[in-house]
Design a protein around this ligand. Structure first.
Ligand code: NAD
Length: 490
């Protein structure tokens, strides 16, 4: 538990724009309220940037891009390492701040501090491992040098659901690669990013390398930045619809893009699975982050011979969950981010039930302050129900059944998305077949949580382009330069 009161913590968090190493109110003088989704109370008022403020932030990133690219990789890495250590020292504060603005239970927020800060450590290590290659061409007449150079100024746009990890997963590799950035966090949960950037300032990241802007109009702020020819990279995490719109804008400027978009993860339980492990995995894959994770299991595809037992076991676990403000002891399900998210869960469950689905627990909007929806299990979900095609993004576990492996694969792949997938089976060969046949960028084989800083996170199909984390992550911020030289013996 944080050794600091909520008010004391909020007083430490900057609320302005951070441009060229200075915190400022921005040119509009206007502010945007940030609320606690568990109570509706306003936590802070943050600066509302104008499009001109956004361009000033890009100016700052452009002004120092060459100096930053020329900064030794070890120096860049050490700054990230210091930031990692500082976030660890302040882990209780970061966890509390995320719980306050986003709603996740404190224990989960602490999990995100660990996961999110790990990108800083990982990329502090990767900064000094940007290698190239040297080779003789097939004719023997030349020598080729392949090197990797910073891609240039980057615009980073992040969603509200993982306020720390989404920022570190982009800022970490960008800094390591030698790129300067402008980051725009979601206005629903900007405080964690603002506090994190304060840490970057404190550990000595030079002015202009990282700039932060927040705005009540994401498109008015972003469009001129994306259209500016000095920008060279757009990294976006958020919904597929916004990602598509930004890719179209980025095309006009031929920007490098990384797109981490929506998902509709299948969770397949075979008849030979260890059912208790599958249930444990299901609880993590579904209810982590109150169901608001892009990797969240959206469709439970369960073999008909174990469906009844699986449903009974998850229903029992879900009934035992405790709903409340994430700061309260023992709470395992916090509020959804806003009332729109609650209404969406309610509509999806109501529509599924109208087609014959059965609610075994939950299924209700909670009255009173805050945006709460009961953790819910729906079984007997019928083909064609919206709950199978839409990203639920809430604590609703929906179950359909299958009878053979081909049918399971067909159902699992029956989505435009391709981010995460989960498979529970004791049969190794079957697990391997599914690795090859499931259309998803990531798979949890007998595990319910897969995110790790050392792994390439990302999707295929409508779930996006590019990878964050792993060895791949830094290459999103590097461009390949090939140089031909003559045969030195000729
Ligand atoms: P969103 O698309 O509404 O917003 C994401 C970000 O884009 C926010 O910062 C928002 O202000 C900004 N934005 C919105 N409209 C914009 C516009 N027209 N121009 C420029 N910027 C704009 O998504 P969200 O509701 O914040 O997040 C939930 C979505 O994010 C879900 O679909 C989820 O699956 C996805 N997500 C994906 C990953 C991943 O790694 N693939 C991770 C987390 C969340």
């Amino acid at each position: 538990m944080a050794n600091i009161s909520e008010a004391e913590l909020l007083a430490k968090v900057p609320t302005g724009l951070y441009i060229n190493g200075k915190w400022e109110a921005g040119s509009t003088g206007k502010t945007i309220p940030v609320s606690d989704p568990a109570t509706g109370a306003v936590l802070a008022n943050i600066a509302d940037a104008s499009p001109e403020d956004g361009i000033r932030a890009l100016d700052a990133a452009v002004a120092v891009k060459d100096a930053w690219a020329a900064t030794p990789p070890r120096v860049r890495g050490e700054l990230l390492r210091k930031a990692f250590e500082r976030v660890q020292e302040l882990k209780d504060e970061f966890a509390l701040l995320m719980t306050l603005e986003m709603g996740k239970p404190l224990a989960e927020a602490m999990g995100e501090v660990m996961y999110g800060s790990e990108f800083l450590r990982w990329f502090s290590e990767e900064a000094v491992r940007i290698t190239g290659r040297y080779g003789i061409n097939p004719e023997g007449s030349g020598r080729a040098i392949v090197s990797y150079l910073p891609v240039g100024p980057c615009y980073l746009v992040t969603p509200w659901n993982f306020p720390l990890a989404m920022a570190t997963r982009k800022i970490g590799p960008a800094i390591a690669a030698g790129c300067t950035v402008v980051i725009k966090p979601a206005t629903l949960t900007p405080l964690t990013t603002l506090y994190f950037v304060k840490i970057l300032e404190e550990v000595g990241v030079p002015a202009g390398v990282v700039n932060v802007v927040t705005s009540s109009s994401a498109s008015a702020l972003s469009s001129p930045i994306i259209a500016d020819p000095r920008l060279r990279k757009l990294s976006f995490t958020g919904s597929t619809s916004v990602g598509i719109a930004l890719m179209k804008q980025a095309a006009d400027n031929v920007l490098r893009t990384s797109m981490e978009l929506g998902g509709n993860a299948p969770f397949v339980v075979f008849e030979d699975a260890d059912l208790d492990k599958a249930v444990e995995g299901a609880m993590a894959a579904k209810f982590r982050n109150i169901g608001q994770a892009c990797t969240g299991a959206n469709r439970f595809i369960v073999h008909s011979s174990v469906a009844e037992a699986f449903t009974a076991k998850v229903t029992e676990k879900v009934k035992a969950m405790k709903i409340g403000r994430g700061t309260e002891d023992g709470v395992t399900i916090g509020p959804l981010i806003d009332d729109r998210a609650v209404a969406k869960c309610d509509e999806l469950v109501t529509e599924a039930v109208s087609r014959g689905a059965v609610v075994t627990t939950g299924g209700k909007v909670l009255d009173g302050a805050g945006s709460f929806y009961e953790p819910t299990v729906v079984t007997n979900v019928q083909p064609g129900s919206d709950i199978l095609t839409d990203e639920i993004f809430g604590p609703v576990l929906s179950i359909i059944t299958f009878t053979d492996e081909d049918e399971a694969i067909r159902l699992a792949n029956d989505t435009e998305y391709g981010l995460a997938s989960y498979v529970f089976t004791k049969d190794l060969a079957r697990g391997q077949r599914l690795i090859e046949r499931l259309e998803a960028g990531m798979m949890g084989l007998n595990v319910g949580v897969m995110s790790n800083a050392s792994a390439p996170f990302g999707g295929i199909k409508m779930s996006g382009l590019g990878r964050e984390g792993g060895f791949e992550g830094i290459h999103e911020y590097l461009s390949t330069k090939y140089t031909m030289t003559p045969n030195p013996f000729a």
